[in-house]
Design a binder for this molecule. Sequence first.
Ligand code: HEM
Length: 484
Amino acid sequence: MPLQRESQNIKVYRSYPQPYEAQRVAETGPLLLQDFHLARDPALIIESLAHFHRERIPERGAGAHGYFETTTDVGKKYSMADIFQRVGEKTPITMRFSTVGGNVFETNVFSTYLRPVTGEEGSADVWNNTPVFFIRDPAKFPNFIHTQKRNPQTHLKDKDMFWDYLSSNPESLYQVMRLFSDLGTPYGFRHMNGWSGHTYRLVKEDGSWHYVKFHALTDQGIKNHTIAEANILAGTNPDFGTQDLFEAIEAKNYPSWTVYIQALTPKAAETFKYNVLDLTKDWSYEDVPPQEIGRLHLTQNPKNYFAEIEQVAFAPGHMVEGVEPSEDPVLQSRLFAYPDAQRYRLGVNYQTIPVCCVLLYYLPNFQRDGRAVHDDNQGSRPNYPSSLEKLNLPKRPYNDANHTIWVGGAVRYLSTVSEIDFAWPKIFWYNLTKQDQDNFVGNVVGHLGMATSDVVKKRQTALFAKVDHSLGQRIAHGINITLS
Ligand code: HEM
């Protein structure tokens, strides 16, 4: 007798699987592709992310072309990457600024997105206008983003979802505080900084390496809108940032950003005051001084926005010899996430779209066919590493034998929150001017006050009170709750 599936009327209720854990090598090692648990189990990070990429295509922003200029020999001191070897060398770039998580001036996150696209050089890709992020456990990402989108029933922005997530995951607090300060409403794209956020590694020919963070500091000076100004612009000119960038470049008022690295030896990283793989923590300039490596210039508007900006496939995995990822699990997840989104959104041959394909001219590979081939499909070149043809198949120029920092078995890992997670929120708060503090309180009160759940409001306000008691009191007063 053939096996029959159980009746469709029988609903099996089982508990949700733990959605936030990810499997990695020891507590500080890279993520594991073997992280299968149960088929369709959202705890499986690849499945969870791959589904997330297919949910909807996020909004983009503005973009332009220009170049990266190597201004010092600092990069050369730390890395074999060609881009750093000659002071004065200029490498073309394309840069896109995208808004994240909602409407411009509403959720207030802007993202800076940088990509040198010449020759064999890869990119400094997909940065943010903040040095830290909301999460350090990658499996939280799709869940967190869901809370910033729309309610599944009302299709409205939902302040309860928004703050329920943030108040339940306090490691987000420093990023939340940056977001709700006036830094969250930058004056267009030219007046904000960009950060890699993640720790990367710069590697030399002999295999020695440093942990680094990249910063791109605006040469135009930081300038922000207040929430009142931003709200007016949201109604009158929501494209303000795009217009401001385009018109500045047309007027030959070219914006630029000076790029710095902060570098730590692996030994120093072991005893550094924060886990260097924790994306919710910044490195202060007192602890790790910045060193200039170059300057980004934007000098050319696109002739066709869609072809030259919208279609660019940026990804943190676009790294060249001399730049390597760290074991930061969020970065490791993103190495998979962006190309996966692009294979789906732009098609499997996205790398042959003209604005994305510069690498292809220099680095032929053995990929072939599939939907929408945009060029000659690599002509008659072999589609496998043929021993019958003289192929130039150089080894990767170095191996990573010096990188032995993580050892141990596979663990299911989920970080826990402790006192140290309040260190940066405190530094940030006490460094704001009185006016900036007042604006921050007003911004939070205006947003958190619209949540309906007292549980959520109290939980988030208690977090602000842990940063500074009077801050908590001011917010509690503003949203009409009592601090417990
Ligand atoms: C596990 C964590 C994360 C995942 C899975 C993720 C995934 C994604 C995906 C799939 C996109 C759309 C890409 C495309 O359509 O081409 C995106 C956009 C973006 N992400 Fe992330 N992201 C994560 C964390 C971060 C972090 C930490 C940063 C900043 C340091 C960041 C910066 C950006 C930016 C700037 C964009 C806009 C890119 C564009 O203009 O195409 N993301 N993210």
